[in-house]
Ligand binder design. Structure first.
Ligand code: KIV
Length: 271
């Protein structure tokens, strides 16, 4: 049975979870059906991630995703959610060129997409924008470590923060994001010890993905945890289902029934 899905999860509720031992559970969703299932299951945060560029659109990275595409998916996902907090990702180049771009893009994601907060990637360089957004009433979730929008600068989807220089940069980024007023921060693809250190230091909840067990919460891409792509199994993912195989089996059974004339049968036809 899912936990009692009664009171709405808000950013103050999420902040209060910091250090409480009550872990924050987040999963991505990109449409109404899966957002509804996640919400019913008692997930705390539904993240409409720009990972949709890879798992939904089939692109090689999140870089091509546009703000209009994010708004479209956010609008669909929010319709399925009653209790969870819904976060929308600001896609690449919707906030990097200027503060004004960032404020307008975040405003559109909330106003047209219907999300309750926005997530953006980056550390120290994003602090000023986060301050502005928070000042105009837009809650922000930060994201440091392996930041997929910087894929080409990072040299691939690689664990970050293994060298002392990188670790220092990530720590400084997390501090800056927290001080600028973000209500939570995603730590992606960093060693568990570094994530633990940041989690103990920053005053806001940390939400890990490939960042070990010490974070205040965890997030996974729904396609990964559901096994929707049977060929994809990175180390940091635990697969809780093999839906991809099951869907393929169902499609094949349907095709066989149509071809053999067994579907539709008398019960599936009108007199
Ligand atoms: O885009 C996304 O889904 C994300 C999560 C992996 C944290 O940013």
């Amino acid at each position: 049975m899912p936990p009692a899905a009664t009171s709405k999860i808000t950013t103050p509720v999420l902040r209060q979870r910091k250090g409480s031992g009550d872990k924050i559970v987040s999963v991505t969703a990109y449409d109404v059906t899966f957002a509804r299932l996640a919400d019913r299951a008692g997930v705390d945060i539904v993240l409409v991630g720009d990972s949709l560029g890879m798992v939904f659109q089939g692109q090689g990275s999140t870089i091509p995703v546009t703000l209009d595409e994010m708004i479209y998916h956010c609008r669909a996902a929010v319709r399925g959610v009653a209790r969870a907090h819904v976060v929308g990702d600001l896609p690449f180049m919707s906030y990097q060129a200027s503060l004004e771009d960032g404020v307008r893009s975040a405003g559109r994601l909330m106003k047209e997409g219907g999300v309750e907060s926005v997530k953006l990637e980056g550390g120290v360089e994003c602090a000023e924008l986060i301050r502005r957004l928070v000042a105009v009433g837009i809650p922000v979730m930060g994201h440091v470590g392996l930041t997929p929008q910087s894929l080409h600068q990072l040299g691939g989807f690689k664990v970050q923060g293994r060298s002392e220089d990188e670790a220092r940069r990530i720590r400084a980024g997390a501090d800056a994001v927290a001080q600028a007023g973000a209500y939570a921060i995603v730590l992606e693809g960093i060693p568990g010890a570094l994530a633990g250190e940041i989690t103990r230091t920053v005053p806001i909840p940390t939400i890990g993905i490939g960042a070990g067990p010490s974070c205040d919460g965890q997030v996974l891409v729904m396609h990964d945890l559901l096994g929707l792509d049977p060929g994809w199994a990175p180390r940091f993912v635990r697969r809780y289902a093999e839906i991809g195989n099951e869907v393929e089996r169902a499609f094949a059974a349907y095709a066989a029934d149509v071809r053999s004339g067994q579907f539709p049968g008398p019960d599936e036809s009108y007199s």
